[in-house]
Design a binder for this molecule. Structure first.
Ligand SMILES: Nc1ncnc2c1ncn2[C@@H]1O[C@H](COP(=O)(O)OP(=O)(O)OP(=O)(O)O)[C@@H](O)[C@H]1O
Length: 566
């Protein structure tokens, strides 16, 4: 409908020229016959001019309204589909995915598609129909004047077509460069505090600098030859050139008695109008290319892998967790290889191993951050992949290294996993997590907005995360041990909060410091994604890797270390 209305407005564009020719003919006739001008007829054409102008404005407005309504509907739909898709993506996907890429797809790219839906149908149809209608009218005035009116167009089109030859590929390439610049900028700003603290701004800045340099080199190489072509194309449709062709040629035709001066005037004006319509079209082609590339990226976001979801609530028998021959790889990097172990109910099990041995990956498979490539994980005999997400997260809670407080009230932050919890339950969780006093001391208490009215220290944020997990009251808990000791000042309070949290639960601890897990029920040593040994601290003291991990923390006695080295 938008296109039909735009076509109609394009046809109406010839009305001023018809009025011009008719009024000109009336004036010329009065002049040559030395009679009075037929002013009624002149006014009729003036009214025709005003009316068609008003109708044209109305039709364009209507066409744009139709396309803008369509755009709002389609953009909303695409946003909903993208967000729905992203909300079902494995949690692990977010950490491995470039923040800049997601932001660009969800925000910028969907906005860019606006051009494609809201403006392109109207502008392109108008830009095609208007010059065609004008040129058609010029030919109806006189075919020779019609030819003069379009004489410069083939040169303009030829040069422009040459310039635009590999526009599609180049636009995609430009977009890749821009995405890289955007992603490195997000990376740079996200880590700016750490980078500054360690005085390595230059290094971190380099990735962004390289991306920006890459873009400017590509852009210069692409645009420089285009500028020459663009000057030549512009010169071929410059006003002096068009006036010389149309007025020069037209004057010769008037002298030969083929056409009247009014005809020449009307077709000259048409000749001046046609290139600007074509330029609008060329501009639209460019915008169309950009919007096309944006649409491609949105399509890719819509193809984000999703975790299969089950709707049928399962009935696990207890909370025994079994990892059964679980393997998982990030692309080529194998992070878990044929891993099997059991977490007995109400025991604390620690995963230890060198950095990169797969501790976090394996632990987070239990929270379905990703699904195993092979093998399965069961809770009470039920495969976690067959549990609905809400059921799984009632069974499994986690306290991670970065507690991630949201910009909402402290109360809502604590009740994030259980929005139906009463205020008394939230307060009780805060008390158990040893964070009640700090919250109560805030001017708005539990209604204080985090990140706006207050900010918590990392130790306090960790205790809020513990309160959150306490409130969820899940029987299984994944705990990143780094969390517990990140803030030495509040270590005692965190220890107390944690001992309350782990009580009576099945706990899997991602242990970064072997000395802190000496009292746990079971220790699993991981090496390059494989289970190397399991047992209690005392049982494992002879294990070379375990001894090495301890030695690296200088907790083994010198004699132990010597023994190991001998
Ligand atoms: N999101 C990811 N994308 C690609 N590879 C990853 C990702 N996360 C981890 N890896 C790789 O998987 C392997 C296991 O990493 P993981 O973080 O699970 O080890 P870890 O033992 O927890 O390490 P650390 O003690 O340093 O936290 C490593 O080789 C790591 O480089």
């Amino acid at each position: 409908m938008g296109k039909v209305l735009a076509g109609l407005s394009g046809v109406l564009a010839i009305a001023p020229y018809i009025a011009l020719v008719k009024i000109g003919e009336l004036l010329l006739q009065a002049y040559t016959t030395d009679t009075a001008v037929d002013s009624d007829a002149v006014w009729r054409y003036v009214f025709l001019l005003i009316n068609t102008f008003a109708v044209r404005l109305f039709v364009i407005g209507l066409a744009l309204s139709v396309t803008h309504f369509a755009d709002v509907k389609i953009s909303t739909l695409i946003r909903e589909m993208t967000l729905h898709r992203l909300s079902h993506a494995p949690l692990g996907w977010f950490s491995s995915t470039n923040a800049g890429r997601i932001r660009k797809a969800v925000h910028d790219d969907i906005a860019q598609i606006h051009t494609l839906i809201a403006h392109q149908p109207v502008d392109v149809i108008q830009a095609i129909i208007t010059p065609l209608a004008l040129v058609g009218f010029a030919f109806t005035i006189d075919w020779r004047l019609g030819i003069l009116a379009v004489a410069a167009i083939p040169i303009y089109l030829g040069v422009t077509a040459r310039m635009m030859r590999d526009m599609g590929e180049k636009t995609v390439e430009m977009d890749l460069h821009l995405t890289r610049v955007s992603a490195t900028m997000v990376e740079f700003f996200t880590g700016i505090s750490v980078v500054k603290a360690f005085g390595t701004v230059g290094k971190a800045h380099k990735r962004y600098q390289d991306a920006a340099d890459g873009f400017s080199q590509f852009y210069e190489a692409w645009v420089t030859p285009m500028l020459r072509g663009s000057s030549l194309a512009g010169a071929s449709i410059a006003i002096p050139v068009l006036l010389a062709i149309n007025l020069g040629g037209g004057s010769l035709m008037v002298a030969s008695g083929w056409v009247s001066p009014i005809d020449v005037l009307a077709t000259t004006l048409i000749a001046l109008m046609v290139p600007s319509s074509i330029e609008v079209l060329a501009g639209m082609v460019w915008a169309y290319q950009l919007a096309g590339a944006a649409a491609l990226r949105v399509t890719q976001a819509l193809e984000t892998p999703v975790l299969p979801q089950s709707d049928s609530v399962q009935n696990p028998q207890g909370n025994r967790v079994v990892f059964d021959a679980v393997s998982f790889a990030y692309g080529e990097t194998v992070a878990a290889r044929d891993v099997s172990f059991t977490l007995e109910e109400n025991t604390v099990t620690a995963l230890v191993g060198p950095s990169g041995s797969g501790k976090s990956t394996i632990a987070m498979l239990l929270a379905r951050f990703n699904d195993p490539d092979s093998g399965r994980i069961t809770i009470g005999g039920v495969d976690i992949a067959s549990m609905p997400t809400h059921q799984l997260y009632r069974q499994v809670a986690f306290v991670l290294q970065d507690p991630q407080l949201c910009r909402m009230s402290v109360r809502d932050n604590i009740a994030l996993g259980r929005p139906d919890a009463s205020f008394e339950q939230v307060v009780a969780a805060a008390r158990k997590a040893q964070i009640y006093e700090a919250i109560a001391a805030l001017p708005q208490g539990f209604d204080t907005i985090v990140g706006q009215e207050t900010n918590f220290s990392s130790g306090q944020a960790q205790r809020i995360a513990i309160a959150r997990a306490l409130l969820i009251d899940a029987p299984i808990l994944i705990l990143d041990e780094a969390t517990a000791f990140a803030d030495p000042e509040s270590e005692a309070e965190i220890q107390n909060a944690l001992s309350l949290l782990v009580e009576g639960r099945t706990v899997l601890v991602i242990a970064h410091r072997p000395e802190s897990i000496a009292g746990v029920d079971r220790i699993i040593i991981l090496d390059q994604g494989e289970v190397s040994a399991c047992g209690r601290h005392e049982d494992l003291l002879d294990h070379p890797l375990y001894r090495k991990l301890w030695a690296s923390r200088q907790r083994l006695t010198p004699s132990d270390v010597n023994e190991e080295n001998s």
